[in-house]
Design a protein around this ligand. Sequence first.
Ligand SMILES: [Zn+2]
Ligand SMILES: [Zn+2]
Length: 275
Amino acid sequence: MIEVVTLGTGSPIPDPNRAGAATLVRIDGHQLLFDCGRAVVMRLAAAGSLPMLLDAVLLTHLHSDHTSDFNDVITTRWIMAPVESPLPVVGPPGTRRFADRTLAMLTDDVGYRRDHHADLAWDPSCSVTEVVDGLAWEADGIRVTAAPTDHRPVAPTIGYRIEAGGRAVAIAGDTVPCEGLDRICAGADVYVQTVLRDDLVRSVPSPRFQDVLDYHSTCEDAGRTARRAGVQTLVLTHPVPPPAPGTEDEWVAAAAAHFDGEVVLAHDLWSVTLS
Ligand SMILES: [Zn+2]
Ligand SMILES: [Zn+2]
């Protein structure tokens, strides 16, 4: 059984109802966290999980809205774990350096807590695997593969395909349509895609906001990718800009114009279970 929980469905734009980008996948007692944006540990707790229960954190890329609370995952796992338990981390090249810098940032706090707690006899740590294309994580019949995506000038970036029990889930991250994205989505039961509405972004006269148009999938792009790959359910997440209340159907309709399967605009803690 695979459960997919969209823990955080926000973007860099603060939204009181949408935490930062993060998706939890639970499979037969294993728990994999994809990205860890703003407030991810609060949303993990709401989903009945905790950092110390994670088998791995898998990052699609190192943009801050996908990684801003990575430090909280590390610290909370460290202070709650009864024994030393390095955090397995998977991500594109650059992830090891990012993890090392995050651990360095935590040095003062690690010192305070180790001085105070005699039984906390180890520092937090990460075991990092960097990947661009191919096997990312594997255990007990669960297989996670990575493929390169296209979020340039941010590079390298990757998407993930999780396979177990004949089911498949694709977690795309930020990307425009590309060959690697098609590969992780091929025949998937669920495809989770970060999206924007180009009509709404274009209506905001800010050069910095307009810049985001060229490296994300629109709802229409996501619908076309879903159709091309033959997926069952398309899950739109990380909507830019945050949807105004009552306009959620517009986002779904924009994707559904290009895809006959089920389309969902996810909210925080939305979930689907594949048996
Ligand atoms: Zn990004
Ligand atoms: Zn993003």
